[in-house]
Design a protein around this ligand. Structure first.
Ligand code: NAP
Ligand code: F7E
Length: 350
């Protein structure tokens, strides 16, 4: 049987690392684009990497950048992947207000560069684009595939372009190009400046006596938070369908940052969160997305995809992981949930 080849942009990110684990277990040959950095930026995939001189290697890393057209064209033509999972992005909404041009260059034009490379290659490459619930912005919840977009940040504007250019290349050139409109998905590998991980990490540091306080912005914003490894399976399923389409992936539950704090401090045994939290206006955004609640009924019906992990369990999983990382004893309910709900889980517990 022919071995399938996948190319992943953003392989060093939260989602890229889980997807690599998933595809390697599915016997794919996986190629990933990494950025040259003066420090190592591969910590999330180090456990998967093998010496390139060994036989039977199935993970290959290539230097590249989404802002470099020639590099993207060359990699697509060299690797000739069956599937491209385009996850690379400047993914921080707050930062996109500070770096709007860079964000648009990477997140919007980066997608166009890959689609052009696919089109010019003439190869039958399937393309997954990481679209985002941020595109809905101000639109009233619940949000599904038919909800109008009302982006509220340079990041969201770039993702709207990226969404439409993906659709256009599907309609105009017949490319198997799909959008996964994923709502927030989190886990122990989440970047430490996103709010869930910022909180779980700070709680572990408070417990360990390293920190006393956590500084946050808007506590009233509500998000539909799911568990990242489950969302990776949806990405894969989207590219295995008969026809290329766009799908919302979400839990259908929404909670505020305040509720996350309540749940997390309680589970960690610290009691009320108020004494530990200060508001720092620098974390406010010039325009905020107040409420996101996804309606993933299309994904359930057509992909057979449904999330198993909901809010409270997610909080426990993240706290357990951050406790373990600091050598603290986790209370273990999060780990127990993972074992019970995923007896055949494919990802490494962090
Ligand atoms: P992440 O952890 O921030 O990872 C982003 C990845 O993109 C990293 O590998 C990063 O490389 C890479 N990258 C950034 N700029 C690049 C550039 N100019 N050229 C090449 N690579 C670049 O993001 P994530 O949470 O895994 O999310 C994956 C994708 O889904 C992103 O497109 C994000 O916008 C989108 N999304 C995420 C969520 C969510 O809740 N996680 C929800 C909806 C959509 P470095 O490691 O070198 O920085
Ligand atoms: O913010 C509020 C903040 O940065 C969530 C990205 O993966 O999901 C992510 O974007 C909420 C916002 O995620 C702090 O104002 C309060 O309302 O964790 P976040 P995000 O902006 O929802 C979407 C789907 C993506 O596509 C993005 O790539 O929490 N908040 N205080 C804070 N947020 C942060 N980061 N830091 C705070 O101190």
């Amino acid at each position: 049987m022919k071995i399938k080849k996948a190319l992943i942009t953003g392989i060093t990110g939260q989602d890229g690392s889980y997807l690599t684990e998933f595809l390697l277990l599915k016997s794919y040959e996986v190629h990933g684009i990494i950025r040259r950095a003066s420090t190592f930026n591969t910590s999330r995939i180090d456990h998967l990497y093998q010496d390139p001189h060994l036989n039977g290697m199935r993970l290959f890393l290539h230097y590249g950048d989404l802002t470099d057209t020639g590099n993207i064209e060359r990699l697509v033509n060299q690797i000739k992947p069956d599937e491209i999972y385009h996850l690379g992005a400047q993914s921080h909404v707050r930062v996109s207000f500070d770096m709007p041009e860079y964000t648009v260059n990477t997140d919007a034009l980066g997608t166009l560069r890959i689609l052009e490379a696919i089109k010019n290659s003439g190869l039958p490459i399937k393309f997954y684009n990481a679209a985002s619930s941020e595109m809905f912005g101000f639109s009233l919840p619940p949000q599904n595939e038919n909800t109008p977009f009302h982006p509220r940040s340079p990041y969201a504007c770039a993702k709207v372009f990226s969404y439409y250019i993906t659709r256009l290349y599907r309609e105009a050139y017949g490319i198997f190009a799909c959008n996964g409109i994923l709502f927030n998905h989190e886990g122990p590998r989440r970047g430490p400046t996103f709010v869930t991980r910022k909180i779980s990490r700070a709680i572990a540091r408070i417990k360990a006596g390293i920190e006393k306080k956590i500084y946050l912005g808007n506590l009233d914003a509500k998000r539909d938070w799911g568990y990242a490894p489950e969302y990776i399976e949806a990405m894969y399923l989207i590219l295995q369908q008969e026809n290329p389409e766009d799908y919302v992936v979400a839990t259908g539950e929404s909670h505020s940052v305040k509720e996350f704090l309540e749940e997390a401090f309680k589970y960690a045994g610290l009691g009320d969160w108020q004494p530990y939290v200060e508001i720092d206006p620098r974390y406010f955004r010039p325009a905020e997305v107040e409420v996101l609640i996804g309606d993933a009924s299309k994904s359930k019906k057509e992909l057979g995809w449904e999330p198993k992990i909901k809010f409270q369990e997610l909080v426990k999983i993240m706290i357990d992981a951050d406790f373990r990382k600091l050598g603290l004893n986790p209370s273990g309910e999060g780990d127990k949930t993972l074992k019970e709900k995923f007896p055949n889980k494919w990802w490494k517990i962090d």
